[in-house]
Write a protein that binds this ligand. Structure first.
Ligand code: NI
Length: 251
């Protein structure tokens, strides 16, 4: 009944025991998930993993921290993945100004190139945005694609602007953190029809598991906190966010 819209079973930390993580998730009611790529190799792995398990889907893309050497040849290889079975999105892609590893100009060029690919293949996009809200918004406003703001960390007002562009707002473990005033406000105030839930596993384990390796089963904690903040049942949050995810991924 829960849909983890963003996890990395393709990461070094989770890959080897992926079958255990999938089984544990299913046992906990997390019966759908999307494995998200962040470079070419991780994208290829995401596709392979999606073909190993029922109800596990893939997103393929080159993220802002991994695009320093991305060239036309690499983009062509990514393009070839976009039409594989069970690929439901292009991502994660976007801008990340937190680390200084890739110059913003390069990040923007690769981001825009992939938005063009999304348009060409009518895929939705999964957006990674860190310390780059305004630039991300400006690029998406002119892109003509829809998708998901993954692990959203901005304000309610900014969320409304992304929703107007055709984006869903996905909340992860940080909404459960004690001092996360703004994510809690986003969880409480947006229309439930605009929200998705995710783990971003192996990162960002929710309270009470902070600091541990995160896994898809833990998306339940995020759903519970959203339910508490909204004064509704966790079943209601699970049902509506799953329905939203099915719709946006066209499953
Ligand atoms: Ni991610």
């Amino acid at each position: 009944m829960y849909f983890d819209t963003h996890c990395h079973l393709n990461s070094e930390q989770l890959y080897e025991k992926r079958a255990d993580y999938v089984r544990h998730a299913m046992d906990c009611g997390v019966d759908h998930m999307v494995v998200v790529g962040y470079n070419l190799k991780a994208s290829e792995l995401a596709v392979a993993i999606s073909h190993e398990f029922e109800n596990v889907y893939a997103a393929v893309g080159i993220g802002p921290e991994d695009c320093l050497d991305t060239d036309a040849e690499e983009l062509a290889k990514l393009e070839a993945l976009l039409t594989k079975p069970k690929v439901v999105a292009l991502g994660e892609i976007g801008l990340d100004y937190h680390w200084d590893t890739v110059p913003p100009q390069k990040q923007k060029a690769i981001f825009r190139a992939q938005l063009e690919l999304a348009k060409k293949y009518q895929q939705i996009v999964v957006i990674h945005c860190r310390d780059a809200m305004q630039d991300t918004y400006e690029i998406l406003a002119g892109a003509g694609v829809k998708g998901i703001m993954h692990c959203y960390g901005g304000s309610v007002e900014m969320a409304q602007r992304f929703i107007k562009l055709g984006f869903k707002i996905s909340l992860a473990g940080p909404v459960t953190f004690k001092n996360a005033r703004i994510p809690k406000e986003v969880a409480a105030k947006l229309d439930l029809k605009d929200l998705l839930i995710e783990t971003d596993a192996p990162y960002l384990a929710p309270t009470p598991l902070r600091g541990k390796i995160n896994e898809p089963a833990n998306v339940v904690y995020t759903a519970s906190e959203i339910a508490r903040l909204r004064g509704v049942s966790v079943e209601e949050v699970a049902r509506q966010t799953t329905e939203n995810a099915m719709k946006v991924f066209r499953i």
